[in-house]
Ligand binder design. Structure first.
Ligand code: HEC
Length: 139
């Protein structure tokens, strides 16, 4: 019994640590998110689906052309230009997905969409964003 309790405590402590590393999508990016590979190939169909989902979930803040100039961004916030080569929170597909799902720390002017956007659609959005700007060195 005692051994089971110890094992439980150890494994839940580990689970907490891994949640914490995935959760913090901060300036500088995250090695944990960087290790996540995009499971959805960037086909025309995926980019088209991503454009539609972007329009629905992201455009009112980031703008129709993703320049960071959406008309309904909360006052005082500055949504990122998603077409330039600057990725404050990391430039890999996994890191971009982490921002979408967990939000943009540390201020979280952008909240995460976990539970609101299905994983598949979130990857389509990543593929769409990727189709817009200059290609970063690392994916
Ligand atoms: C409520 C407005 C809002 C919505 C909706 C929103 N964002 Fe953001 N987003 C922001 C703001 C503001 C920032 C910059 C936060 C900061 O710098 O502190 C940001 C930052 C980002 C970043 C980080 C860029 C970088 O260089 O670090 C990415 C990527 C991003 N948004 C993608 C998306 C996508 C994709 C969607 C739709 C699924 C979305 N956002 C929806 C407001 C929003």
């Amino acid at each position: 019994m005692r051994r089971v309790v110890v094992a439980l405590v150890v494994s839940s402590a580990f689970a907490l640590i891994s949640v914490a590393t995935v959760r913090a999508q901060l300036p500088g990016g995250s090695p944990a998110a960087r290790a996540v590979k995009n499971p959805v190939a960037s086909t025309t169909a995926s980019v088209t689906a991503g454009a539609a989902a972007y329009k629905k979930y992201c455009a009112f803040c980031h703008g129709g052309a993703a320049k960071g100039d959406g008309p309904l961004a909360p006052q005082g916030t500055m949504p990122a230009d998603l077409t330039d080569a600057t990725w404050v929170r990391g430039s890999t597909d996994g890191e971009i997905l982490a921002v979408v799902m967990e939000g943009a720390g540390p201020k979280f002017d952008m909240k995460g969409f976990k539970g609101k956007i299905p994983d598949q659609d979130a990857w389509h959005i990543v593929n769409f964003i990727r189709s817009l700007g200059p290609k970063p060195a690392a994916r």
